[in-house]
Design a protein around this ligand. Structure first.
Ligand code: 2IP
Ligand code: CA
Length: 359
């Protein structure tokens, strides 16, 4: 019996991390993940994109597990659940309580690869209790929390390219430029009425190498009004680093502005990972001027930032009109975070002013 929906989501994030690790570590599944065959050389009936299958499988598993416990909550994710195989058949990856059905569905998608289907289905139907993330510290949620008024955004595997390539480059002691460390599972809960993020989980499946594989790092945060702001982060918020993390494709103009303000600019992959670095205090800010993130990338991390009195702001509004507007999740027609973003760990509005003055 779980304490509340946040605990259920933490366990779901760990099941997602287990599936992500299995696909990389299992000798039968790993070749499927890395061998992206060209259209000519691949068997036309074979699922072309195993990494998308891993993504969809994780998303549908979280949907099923959480939907079972909390049927009122609206759950959305980055992926759609339909695959079209080489025969032109559309197959919906649907999870039910019947493991055999999951196997048969996966066998169809995987063109008869029963070994892979059974391995994946076993993980999907496993009961997972997350041992990371200090679940005992989860608070009670407000009695009046109406679950029909909340939505969930899932990014099953953020930084998919890093997940496939896995080439780790570490330029700063605590920040990777690329590699498996940049991969995260992101889950966010938001208020459908006002669009504010309410709670978030970041699970980093490849955080710590062990003798047998990897362990997760799990960070959660809850921000429900001024009275309930809780995370599992250490109380001490860390010192200022004067480090700014940005995407390797960031505009020169913004990089220069940050350097002029005295920041060391560190390039790194993964939207979720970069916000995580800000949350845990390895960087002071993350700036992204392009519209290349989506609600599933930011909802969960944003809630954790709010829980520590940081924020996620639209960079375009700051630069153009000195307007400080937080991202919100209310408009369900438009999933992209238009106008870029700036993630701040603390309520240090002077950084926004400084950037405005550099426009
Ligand atoms: C991506 C992923 C990329 C990121 C991009 C996201 O999500 O996090 O790494 O770009 O914004 O949408 P960058 O690494 O340049 O910041 P996904 O991997 O889920 O497509
Ligand atoms: Ca993503």
């Amino acid at each position: 019996m779980v304490k509340n929906i946040i605990e259920a989501l933490v366990h779901a994030s760990e099941k997602a991390a287990n599936i992500a690790r299995l696909c990389r570590q299992n000798e039968h599944l790993f070749p499927l993940l890395v061998e992206e065959k060209s259209a000519e050389e691949s068997n036309p009936r074979f699922v072309k994109d195993f990494k998308t299958l891993a993504d969809v499988l994780i998303q549908q598993t979280i949907r099923y597990d959480i939907g079972n416990l909390y049927p009122l909550v609206n759950i959305q994710g980055e992926e759609t659940a339909t695959f079209t195989n080489g025969l032109g058949e559309s197959i919906d990856l649907e999870i039910t309580d019947n493991q055999e059905n999951t196997i048969e569905c996966l066998v169809k998608i995987l063109d008869g690869d029963r070994v892979a289907a059974e391995l994946l289905a076993a993980e999907v139907h496993r009961t997972v209790i997350c041992e990371h993330g200090d679940i005992d510290a989860l608070p009670d949620l407000p009695d009046n929390l109406d679950l029909s008024g909340v939505g969930i955004w899932i990014d099953p595997i953020d930084a998919t390219q890093e997940y496939i390539k896995a080439e780790m480059i570490r330029k700063y002691p605590k920040i990777c430029a690329s590699g498996l460390e940049c991969v995260t599972v992101l889950i966010g809960l938001y208020d459908k009425g006002n669009g504010k993020p309410l709670a978030g989980i970041i699970n980093q499946p490849f955080n710590e190498k062990t003798d047998t594989g990897y362990n997760s790092k799990v960070i959660w945060g809850i921000c429900m009004g001024d009275d309930l702001k809780v995370t599992n982060l250490p109380k001490e918020g860390g010192k200022n680093t004067k480090l700014a993390v940005v995407s390797s494709s960031e505009d020169e103009k913004y990089i220069k502005a940050l350097r002029d303000l005295g920041y060391t600019v560190v390039f790194s992959a993964g939207a979720g990972y970069k916000i995580l670095k800000v949350i845990i205090g390895d960087a002071d800010l993350f700036l992204l001027s392009k519209n290349t993130t989506f609600k599933w990338d930011t909802c969960g991390p944003h809630a954790i930032l709010n829980a520590i009195d940081g924020g996620l702001f639209k960079i375009e509004d700051i630069i153009e009109s000195n307007n400080i507007i937080e991202l919100d999740y209310s408009d369900e027609r438009d999933n992209s975070n238009e106008g870029g973003l700036l993630a701040l760990r603390r309520n240090e509005k002077h950084i926004l002013q400084d950037l405005y003055s550099k426009k």
